[in-house]
Design a protein. Structure first.
Length: 406
């Protein structure tokens, strides 16, 4: 690029010097003084030069023409002198007479002007061609590669890491473009490695979940049978802890899916009464009271909604261990579901963090859990197009707002 700019500057400097040289060295048509002297000498000898360069007139003090090589008008001496000087002619003394040489200054001026304009026109034409070539080269070496680079960066930004960048390494952006292409290849390799890591992580979670759930299912089955046979409370404790471990495994698995953007939902149309029945089915302690829901419809994933409600109710029994009140209503085109317990609620300074990933409050330290339940519930509600809010209001309240549909 540096050499290209130096070459352009040098070219314009040369053309400017040529123009100045033409102007300075232009040969102006000078007056032929030799011919004038020959004419004056010829008047003395009576012999005129063989070649006539200028017409001339000899006249006396009265303005009378004594000799002339061309037709001339009758006029006074002063008028003849003034007219000659006004036309740019040359007036020469010849004894008591005057000789006017008609050098045709206007024609000479026009001839010189036309010649000068011709030379300058040629110089400016050369400069215009040079400018056009410079612009063309500048476009090919700067603008066009930059446009390719712009398209390339747009494709990379969209995630298309297979889009190649083809640039001439000899142009201004050659090395720069090559560095960008190397970056693209490195990004592609990093993405492939990341995808492989995600697949390996998912496979590991599935294997761990399977390895844990298989013996866990046997433990739960044995605990259920033992409790059914003799009603020993130890079996109930074992069953409760096994269920808690099962829920933890499910939470970790769903958290992994949410982190990878694989926590999908499939929306179907349900009535508000269907949602009320779903909430009642999740109340395994039968301590929840549900009001009569408004007559409307909404969209949600039944399996995911069961998971959400089950998690909220389980948390309420785990941390508050009180009766639960469920109130369903309509507001601003949404179906609002409030699930409230009668416990102490969450400390105000911790309330804004209860739905964050892996967050657990101070009062939950003695309870089994990883702080994933409410976080996953909020993500699922948002993917259904709704909103989930937690607050304190005569206990801990979880508000779920789902958009209504026809």
């Amino acid at each position: 690029m540096k050499k290209f700019i130096i070459g352009i500057v040098a070219l314009f400097a040369i053309l400017a010097a040529v123009c100045l040289g033409v102007g300075a060295g232009f040969e102006y048509q000078r007056v032929d003084n030799v011919y004038i002297n020959e004419v004056l000498q010829g008047l003395d000898s009576g012999r005129q030069p063989a070649e006539k360069i200028y017409d001339y007139t000899l006249f006396d003090k009265d303005g009378q023409v004594l000799f002339s090589t061309t037709d001339t008008q009758e006029m006074s001496y002063d008028a003849r002198i003034n007219r000659a000087l006004g036309n740019g002619d040359i007036v020469v003394d010849y004894g008591d007479c005057k000789v006017v040489f008609y050098i045709k200054s206007q024609g000479r001026f026009e001839s010189m002007r036309n010649s000068l304009l011709l030379y300058l026109g040629i110089c400016f034409a050369i400069m215009a061609i040079a400018v056009a070539l410079s612009i063309c080269l500048l476009y090919r070496r700067t603008v066009k590669p930059f446009e390719k680079l712009k398209v390339f960066s747009g494709e990379v930004a969209k995630g298309n890491l297979d889009f190649p960048l083809t640039l001439d390494k000899y142009n201004s952006f050659g090395a720069f473009g090559e560095a960008f292409d190397i970056m693209r290849n490195n990004l592609k390799e990093s993405r492939l490695a990341e995808q492989k890591s995600v697949v390996d992580k998912r496979r590991l979670m599935q294997e761990i979940g399977h390895d844990i759930k298989t013996p866990l299912a046997s433990i739960k089955a044995i605990a259920e049978c033992g409790y059914a046979v003799d009603g020993n409370e130890n079996y109930a404790v074992i069953l409760d802890k096994a269920s808690a471990i099962d829920n933890l495994v499910n939470d970790f698995y769903h958290a992994t899916l949410e982190e990878e953007g694989q926590l999908n939902v499939f929306l179907t149309r349900h009535s508000s009464k269907d949602l009320a029945r779903l909430i009642a089915s999740c109340d395994y302690n039968n301590r929840a009271s549900i009001n009569t829901p408004p007559d409307c419809f909404t969209l949600y994933d039944k399996i995911r909604m069961t998971q959400i409600i089950d998690n909220i109710i389980a948390n309420s029994y785990k941390y508050a261990d009180t009766d639960i009140s469920v109130v369903m209503s309509e507001r601003d085109g949404k179906l609002i579901t409030l699930i409230r317990d009668s416990g102490a609620g969450v400390p105000p300074e911790q309330l804004s963090y209860v739905m964050d990933r892996f967050y657990r409050g101070e009062k939950t330290a003695e309870k089994l859990g990883q702080g994933l339940g409410l976080h996953i519930c909020r993500k699922l509600v948002e993917r259904m197009g709704g909103e989930m809010i937690c607050r304190n209001e005569d206990g801990f309240v979880v508000e779920i707002a789902l958009p209504k549909c026809n």
